[in-house]
Design a protein around this ligand. Structure first.
Ligand code: MG
Length: 390
């Protein structure tokens, strides 16, 4: 069997979903997805000559061939690795289809058939405890057992108010120096308290800081949030400095999670070996793909660190990632970022989510087929549909 073509279709969802199709001379195909990003679609096509004519069964070798062949474009991280990830996902689907086997079987089989997902929640533009609690209730009533909110996304006027109010009393506060005024910290705690009170102690609740804060101020925040038993506090400090990350992690009982900005297994080396986070969140269709994510998960497991993948993909990338999550002993929960994208699941012909879990089927590959009508209806303007018209 030989690869004869690599095609893409960019679907406009809440992000650009870069779908990747691989075609072979035996008629077997695979469908994958790369995380969104400027140039990712083009980079998939740049990788194409490296794998045309190759046997798709050799996924590990083809991944290395693309990483090495694309080193000039920058394959340590970024859009190049993301593009390669989309191809890698498609290759695993293709191998599964060729062998009439689910992807999870190719990764050692399943610890679980149901993959717990957490709903990333947005409470509109209000950023009030009441709005957060209302949204939390809605999502939990929809069946989710795990949810996440943003703690850092308060609107500009409110941020300005904090800065203006606190400037007089606390001279260190201004918008760009990553500090958290005490009144803002108290407000963040009130958001957290409102959600916890609404959903009770058993719902798994995470909060995201999007890399905004100083080590000291966000450590105070993490300590103040300890009584709410968070599933985790995410990305407290900027992602580049693992020692700063470790300092926060080591100074609070609130579990700290990070990892969505890192690429390939090398990107997780220090994070794992310094035990700089309590939970690691690789974005699988971004960081290198299924096999690279499995390697990171096994490496993290040596340090008894669980894996909670970041995810903003369509059902294709999400369920492909869910197959490898099924094979990880240390899987915790995976992100679902499309709660408010009501047509998300209609992109495929098979049911995906039920009661807050992805239910894997036993069909070959990732087990999903594209709903062509829905995909075409949301095709990104100015792009082509899997090679049509080229
Ligand atoms: Mg995040």
């Amino acid at each position: 069997m030989k690869i004869t073509d690599v095609q893409t279709a960019v679907i406009t969802g809440n992000f650009d979903w870069v779908l990747v199709k691989i075609v072979t001379d035996e008629g077997v195909t695979g469908l994958g997805e790369a995380y969104w990003g400027v140039g990712v679609n083009e980079l998939v096509h740049k990788c194409k000559p490296l794998i045309i004519g190759e046997n798709p069964i050799n996924v590990g070798m083809l991944y290395e061939k693309m990483i090495r062949g694309m080193s000039g474009a920058g394959s340590i991280g970024g859009a190049t690795v993301t593009a390669i990830s989309g191809i890698e996902l498609a290759l695993w689907d293709l191998v599964g289809n060729a062998l009439n086997t689910p992807i999870s079987t190719l990764f050692g089989g399943r610890f679980r058939d149901k993959i717990r997902i957490y709903a990333d929640c947005h409470a509109g533009d209000e950023y009030t405890p009441e709005a957060y609690a209302k949204k939390a209730r809605e999502v939990v009533d929809a069946g989710f057992t795990a949810i996440k909110f943003d703690l850092d996304q308060q609107n500009d006027e409110r941020r300005k108010l904090w800065v203006d109010e606190d400037l007089g009393r606390h001279h260190k506060f201004e918008p760009y120096n990553r500090t958290i005024p005490p009144s803002q910290r108290e407000y963040m705690e009130s958001l957290c308290a409102a959600v916890r009170e609404e959903v009770g102690p058993d719902i798994m609740l995470a909060m995201d800081c999007h890399w905004r804060y100083t080590t000291h101020d966000v450590t105070l925040l993490a300590q103040d949030l300890e009584k709410y038993n968070l599933m985790w506090l995410e990305d407290p400090v900027p992602p580049e400095n693992i020692k700063a990350q470790a300092r926060v992690t080591n100074n609070t009982r609130t579990p700290i999670c990070t990892g969505e900005n890192r690429y390939r297994k090398h990107g997780y080396q220090e994070l794992i070996e310094m035990h700089a986070a309590d939970i690691i969140a690789p974005d699988i269709p971004k960081m290198g793909g299924l096999l690279e994510a499995k390697k990171v998960a096994d490496w993290a497991d040596v340090y008894y660190i669980p894996i909670a993948p970041h995810n903003v993909s369509s059902p294709i990338g999400t369920v492909a990632a869910a197959h490898v999550c099924a094979s990880m002993s240390n899987f915790l929960v995976m992100e679902y970022h499309a709660y408010d994208v009501k047509w998300w699941e209609t992109l495929v012909n098979e049911p995906v989510i039920q009661d807050g879990f992805i239910h894997l089927n036993d069909k070959p590959g990732h087990g999903l087929t594209l709903n062509e009508d829905v995909a075409r209806a949301h095709l990104k303007e100015g792009t082509t549909y899997f090679g049509e018209g080229i």
